[in-house]
Write a new protein. Structure first.
Ligand SMILES: Cc1cc2nc3c(=O)[nH]c(=O)nc-3n(C[C@H](O)[C@H](O)[C@H](O)COP(=O)(O)O)c2cc1C
Length: 209
């Protein structure tokens, strides 16, 4: 059986995708579920996922990403968007959801709701906090992609304001944080043949003092 370490060594940040290959809808769904099921602080999920698979929008995203071809050539582009100002409304919706799913009275959740509201009110940069949650989903996505031999490239190199415009994010209280083109590597993407560069284990796992 293939080990997870083999999967992680197989993975690399793809620079050139095979334009002829597309993901099947089942795989797209598994990858979306991977991100939906990720851990988040308090479970609030202060980010959303947009899945782009049409050529026109993918080309627009490429133009807003310094021309990086992964955006136009990959089968699908996942865009993770943070909720800029998670507020009382998000907390109330979340409490309703817990109450419904776990069949507990809403008022039993008052202490948790207050605690969460305090956390939001006292966070100096809520937008950053939301964005950090999206990176947890990115980590999970890359690992699951590798385990299914699906290729991806995390992309931070884009103009978030342009993304916000292209995807109508601002009016929904959202802001683009990460783009992740997914698909299959081109046979001649030279980056698949270069050696991975990582710190030695002993330089990475260091002693506590
Ligand atoms: C948050 C994040 C943002 C990244 N942004 C870009 C990017 O804009 N363009 C790109 O080609 N690679 C991008 N990368 C890929 C990294 O350069 C790559 O993961 C790193 O060099 C290690 O190589 P490997 O993933 O192939 O092992 C990004 C990676 C991460 C985690």
């Amino acid at each position: 059986m293939q080990s997870i370490i083999d999967d992680l060594n197989w993975r690399y940040a793809v620079k050139k995708f095979d334009t002829k290959r597309t993901l099947n809808p089942k795989d797209v769904d598994v990858l979306a579920e991977t991100m939906r099921l990720t851990a988040t602080s308090y479970g609030l999920m202060p980010f959303r996922l947009i899945i782009v698979d049409d050529h026109e929008t993918k080309n627009q995203l490429r133009d807003a990403s310094w021309g990086q071809s992964q955006l136009s050539d990959a089968s699908h582009v996942f865009v993770l968007c943070s909720i800029v100002q998670p507020s009382r409304a998000e907390v109330d919706n979340y409490m309703q959801l817990i109450s419904k799913e776990r069949e507990i009275p809403r008022e039993n959740l008052n202490a948790f709701a207050d605690n969460l509201m305090k956390k939001l009110e006292n966070s100096p940069n809520l937008s950053d906090w939301s964005a950090r949650q999206a990176y947890i989903a990115l980590g999970a996505l890359l690992t699951v992609c590798a385990s299914r031999r699906i290729d991806a490239c995390p992309i931070e190199g884009f103009d978030p304001q342009q993304y916000d415009q292209i995807l109508n994010l601002a009016e929904r209280g959202l802001h683009a944080v990460l783009a992740i083109p997914v698909g299959y590597r081109a046979k001649d993407d030279k980056y698949q043949f270069v050696k991975k560069v990582r710190l030695a284990k002993e330089d990475f796992v260091i002693s506590k003092s």
